[in-house]
Ligand binder design. Structure first.
Ligand code: SF4
Length: 228
């Protein structure tokens, strides 16, 4: 909308409320760049939020550890509780067996989202949360309908757990996500996460005459003024 300043510094954040007055949100987080803007929006709305890092899809382990470390770094900065869940990569490979050649946003991704949401919902139910959501949907590479369908399915299976399908991309969310990533100089991953997405991204880059991904070396660069 014309006239509104959506920048991190100028945006007047609206006071968000949970869909049905839920009190405690368990926010599944995939990485710092996707989570950062959402974390700030939730804090600004005083919504009791705990981050849940459960991403057995990320390959290899060094990449998983780096993405997690970045997320922990920002959670500490904002004093947001962070749950470091297990790296159940064997279970992820078992579950996605036969879907190795699915394209991104295909059936393998549904399996991947299902697994992450089920474990999130289960943890939420057994630890006194009444709402789950995820940072996955803020990325424009993802299919929000696919993500939300998986989230709803998982929450429905666990009594007392709701799923929040808030669209974090809107009202400048995607632009602030990028702005914040640069400001915080987050690690900038160049593939979705699993070994198959790494393979397919490299295949595409090779077909375009580009170099393959060099993992662990690219960080967003500060290109903006201090927000302080
Ligand atoms: S491409 Fe991304 S969402 Fe799809 S299966 Fe791989 S890690 Fe999961």
């Amino acid at each position: 909308m014309a006239g509104i300043d959506y920048s991190l510094k100028g945006y007047q954040r609206p006071k968000l409320t949970t869909p049905n007055g839920e009190k405690r949100l368990l926010l599944h987080s995939c990485c710092a760049p996707c989570a950062g803007e959402i974390m700030q929006a939730l804090i600004a709305s005083d919504i009791d939020t705990t981050l849940f890092f459960y991403n057995p899809n990320i390959h290899p382990r060094a990449e998983y550890e780096l993405r997690k470390k970045e997320n922990i770094r920002f959670a500490k900065k904002l004093s947001m509780p962070f749950i470091d869940a297990d790296y159940e990569h064997k279970a992820w490979f078992e579950r996605t067996q036969g879907q190795e050649n699915e394209p991104e946003r295909g059936k393998r991704c549904t399996t991947c989202f299902d697994m992450r949401f089920e474990v999130s919902a289960q943890y939420a139910q057994s630890h006194g949360f009444d709402l789950i959501s995820s940072t996955l949907g803020i990325s424009r590479w993802k299919d929000m309908k696919q993500i939300n369908a998986c989230g709803i399915k998982a929450a429905t299976a666990f009594e007392g757990i709701g799923y929040w399908d808030f669209n974090w991309r809107k009202h400048g969310g995607s632009a602030r996500m990028l702005e914040l990533s640069k400001h915080e100089e987050f690690y900038q991953q160049e593939y979705c996460g699993c070994v198959y997405s790494l393979r397919d991204t490299n295949r595409w880059r090779t077909s375009q005459g580009r170099d393959k991904i060099k993992r662990g070396v690219k960080f967003y660069k500060t290109a903006i003024q201090s927000l302080d």
